[in-house]
Design a protein around this ligand. Structure first.
Ligand code: F3S
Length: 69
């Protein structure tokens, strides 16, 4: 699995960082990004974090978390 945040549509609600804190953090504007690959969507997400990423994507109010399985 790979993931990134569409920073154009993220509204900085903060939910993803609470749900998957090992994967998502926030820039100075509060916009989320994937810390594992600086939001490039190239890093393989470790298996034990994948459920958190899916939960974060499900919980994002703007569907800004993109997942490639
Ligand atoms: Fe942004 Fe969605 Fe996270 S709005 S802060 S990507 S939950």
């Amino acid at each position: 699995m790979k993931t990134y945040v569409d920073k154009e549509t993220c509204i900085a609600c903060g939910a993803c960082g609470a749900t998957a804190p090992d994967v998502f953090d926030f820039d100075d504007d509060g916009i989320a990004y994937n810390v594992m690959d600086d939001n490039q969507g190239t890093a393989d997400i470790p298996e034990d974090l994948q459920d958190d990423v899916r939960d974060a994507a499900d919980g994002c109010p703007t569907d800004s978390i993109k997942i490639e399985e």
